[in-house]
Design a protein. Structure first.
Ligand SMILES: Nc1ncnc2c1ncn2[C@@H]1O[C@H](COP(=O)(O)OP(=O)(O)OP(=O)(O)O)[C@@H](O)[C@H]1O
Ligand SMILES: [Mg+2]
Lengths: 307, 211
């Protein structure tokens, strides 16, 4: 089983709780957006704004703040719990090994993994993982919400979005191979450095300084090559997906404005669509980057044995 | 010749030994036994130039400076300390070598059967095999490396601790063959490994007592 799944399983209560918190926060934001839409419609039709409307709006403002706080708090806590499981799982796994059978190169790689893969995976978990999953979750919920509001207008931007998504997925796949290779090269380079430090005495006694430097330089060169390749590719893909992510928005704006002029929908509805669709746009815009980082994360995870 | 005269050594505050003296003549085979933690490895590292004594000096084949001493000795350390490179690189440490000699060393260190079974043989990269390499295999690579350096003085710190009885016996026999004209200091927990040695010392309370 993949390490990520194990981590989720070992913290299922917290993961479930953070999904719930994200759901509440997203729903609250969507209903608030909906309320703003209604307000615009009221203004447009010059009907009165009732007291209950104002109270509802105030309630949603409070609920937005509260659920956002809850979402962030639970998300961070869950991330820390998972990072802790990862650290402890790795330490426990090491402790279970028999000492006699382990030789010192292994100690050096264990050190290297602890200092590099483990700490990077932890940073990713704490800083990025839940923000990304939260944004993707929001994009998904917003789409479902909009489908309920107006199927036609949703499909107007959803169909081009899907086409872009297919492009993004295929380009990310070719990118993720390079990303994973670059990460492996980096890990290898770190391992060489750690082993040389660890085997310092042997290097000195047997005059292996030149060999060590050569090994380090070679691993550095092959990492650099992969890293540059990765940089070029990801810049290209990110630019393209950034430009393409604007297409659904433009179509929505065009078709939506036409529908408002024809009187099919009210202006407020279009505003709700534009507001919520932006969460989808930003998700797609960042998707190649996210997928690349996620690949680095899972590559790191795959080298941390906690099962 | 190795000559330690009244040398002392401490790690932090506590002395591991004080005023210790030892003279080993060229070609002599000396064994050191003693309880765990008494300072055998510390002493061996000092003779190798890796630990600098806190008082008095040491003289190894006329060298007093650690950088000079290190060139005169070959060491099998208690833990092998390999690099994530190929087996051959770990043995030669990047120095020129001729095939015939390597072949002899591989055989003497009981590595041949194992390396012949590897698809890449001696060029097998160790870095990715960390989990597959046993303590005994690593130790035998370290022994081959020490043989390859071919220094006049060989320092052995429990070189066969991870090998089974049969393997240990044949490797020790090969080491003895390889070192017939060399000076050897061999630290071990097993006295039977020191059969045929010129002198055997017992290390206790920071002193060497001839046993
Ligand atoms: N790097 C170090 N820093 C501080 N103390 C150390 C260090 N290395 C060893 N010691 C201490 O010095 C003493 C002697 O250690 P040494 O490794 O020389 O023992 P040894 O006789 O080789 O033991 P063993 O038979 O278990 O290998 C021990 O008390 C040990 O704890
Ligand atoms: Mg020792």
């Amino acid at each position: 089983m993949s390490v990520l799944l194990i981590l989720i399983k070992r913290n299922k209560f917290w993961v479930a709780f953070s999904v719930l918190a994200a759901l509440l926060s997203n729903l609250s934001q969507m209903f608030f957006a909906n309320l703003i839409g209604k307000l615009v419609n009221n203004i447009e039709s010059r009907s009165a704004i009732t007291l209950s409307f104002i109270i509802t709006a105030a309630c949603f403002i409070v609920s937005n703040a509260f659920t956002l706080l809850l979402n962030q708090y639970v998300g961070r806590l869950t991330a820390e719990k998972m990072a802790h499981s990862l650290r402890m799982g790795y330490a426990k796994k090491l402790l279970e090994r028999s000492l006699k059978e382990k030789y010192t190169l292994d100690t050096a790689s264990a050190m290297s993994i602890a200092q590099n893969e483990l700490s990077q995976a932890n940073t990713y978990l704490s800083n990025t993982f839940f923000d990304i999953t939260g944004m993707l979750f929001m994009a998904f919920l917003a789409t479902v919400f909009l489908l309920f509001k107006n199927v036609f207008l949703t499909l107007v931007f959803l169909i081009p979005t899907f086409l872009i998504l297919i492009y993004v997925f295929f380009s990310s796949r070719s990118l993720s191979g390079i990303v994973s290779k670059a990460q492996n090269e980096k890990n290898r380079m770190n391992k060489v450095a750690y082993s040389v430090i660890h085997a310092f005495y042997s290097v000195k006694i047997f005059g292996g300084e030149k060999l060590s430097m050569k090994a380090y330089n070679e691993s550095f060169e092959s990492w650099k090559k992969q890293w540059q390749k990765m940089g070029r590719r990801s810049a290209l893909y990110n630019t393209l997906s950034g430009i393409m992510s604007m297409i659904p928005l433009l179509i929505l704006l065009l078709v939506g404005a036409l529908m408002v002029i024809r009187g099919d929908i009210l202006l407020g509805t279009l505003i709700v669509f534009l507001y919520l669709q932006s969460s989808l746009t930003s998700a797609i815009m960042n998707l190649p980057n996210w997928l690349a980082n996620f690949k680095v994360f899972t590559t790191n995870l795959s080298r941390i044995d906690i099962s | 010749m190795i000559k330690l005269e009244n040398v002392s050594f401490k790690y932090e505050n506590a002395y591991v030994f004080e005023n210790l003296s030892l003279t080993v003549k060229d070609g002599e085979k000396v064994g050191i036994i003693g309880e765990s933690g008494c300072g055998k490895s510390t002493l061996l590292k000092m003779i190798a130039g890796l630990n600098i004594p806190t008082s008095e000096e040491i003289n190894v084949d006329g060298e007093k400076d650690p950088e000079g001493i290190i060139k005169k000795v070959s060491v099998v350390m208690q833990s092998p300390m390999l690099l994530p490179l190929s087996i051959i690189d770990n043995i030669t440490m990047g120095h020129d070598h001729d095939e015939e000699r390597i072949e002899k060393i591989i055989e003497a260190a009981n590595l041949k059967k194992w390396t012949d079974s590897l698809p890449d043989g001696l060029n097998t990269y160790l870095g990715d095999r960390a989990d597959e390499l046993s303590g005994g295999q690593a130790q035998r690579i370290a022994i081959a490396r020490a043989m390859f350096k071919d220094a006049g003085i060989l320092l052995l710190d429990e070189p066969t601790s991870a090998l089974d009885g049969e393997n240990a016996a044949s490797v020790l026999e090969a080491i003895n063959r390889f070192t017939s004209d060399k000076t050897v200091i061999h630290v071990t927990h097993r006295r039977e490994h020191l059969n045929g040695y010129d002198r055997i010392f017992m290390m206790k309370d920071g002193k060497l007592i001839e046993a």
